[in-house]
Design a protein around this ligand. Structure first.
Ligand code: ZN
Length: 202
């Protein structure tokens, strides 16, 4: 396998899955997607969960271990099986940490497979990882020869859009957390003012 530092070698674009790396997209959009179910779960762990599939699979692939099996950056970490296992462990031992991880991973898988539909030459190759081993025992083959080639593809419109939206959502979340007290106070003042106005009318 070619070492990752050989950035800039000629890029081959083949019909395959996922063209880049989404960081803020997974953190921001992923945590927003998970919001209906995240109540009572540790938010920091949820954020880790939104990145967990890439944290597992990218080092696994670029370390060069088992190249016959680990054929890309979507392998064990990107399976619904891993997500279901985390969820089942969370339920069995009543762990909010595992539940938060499972929720984060679910959002990551959803977003990856959604983005697959909006890149040039989309294919269903990514589903091989998501539904592994039910569609076969092989994983999708990464179309890039170096990590540099993969990172270079982040400049596609769908990737840039996901990063911008994800970053904005994260900033909004942290702004709300920091200003929670002021927001509650202002809302209470508005409600009280409305009540006073109503009372004066009667
Ligand atoms: Zn991924």
């Amino acid at each position: 396998m070619m070492p990752f530092w050989r950035f800039g070698s000629k890029m081959k674009v083949r019909s395959s899955y996922y063209r880049g790396v989404i960081l803020f997209g997974h953190l921001g959009i992923g945590s927003k997607l998970a919001s209906p179910w995240k109540r009572g779960l540790p938010f920091g762990v949820l954020l880790v969960g939104t990145m967990l599939p890439d944290l597992v699979d990218k080092p696994l692939f670029y370390s060069g271990l088992a190249p016959g099996l680990i054929t890309g950056t979507r392998t064990f970490g990107h399976t619904a099986l891993l997500c279901a296992t985390l969820w089942a462990v969370g339920l069995a031992i009543r762990s909010r940490v595992f539940a938060a991880l499972a929720l984060g991973v679910a959002s990551h898988l959803l977003l990856d497979n959604f983005v697959d539909r909006f890149v040039p030459n989309p294919s269903s190759e990514g589903l091989l990882a998501l539904l592994w081993p039910f569609l076969g025992t092989r994983f999708p083959v990464l179309p890039y020869r170096t990590i540099g080639e993969q990172v270079a593809t982040v400049f596609q419109p769908v990737m840039i859009g996901a990063e911008v939206v994800g970053l904005a959502l994260l900033q909004w979340h942290f702004w709300k957390s920091v200003h929670r007290t002021e927001i509650v106070e202002s809302a209470t003042e508005i409600i009280q003012a409305k009540r006073t106005r109503k009372l004066k009318r009667y």
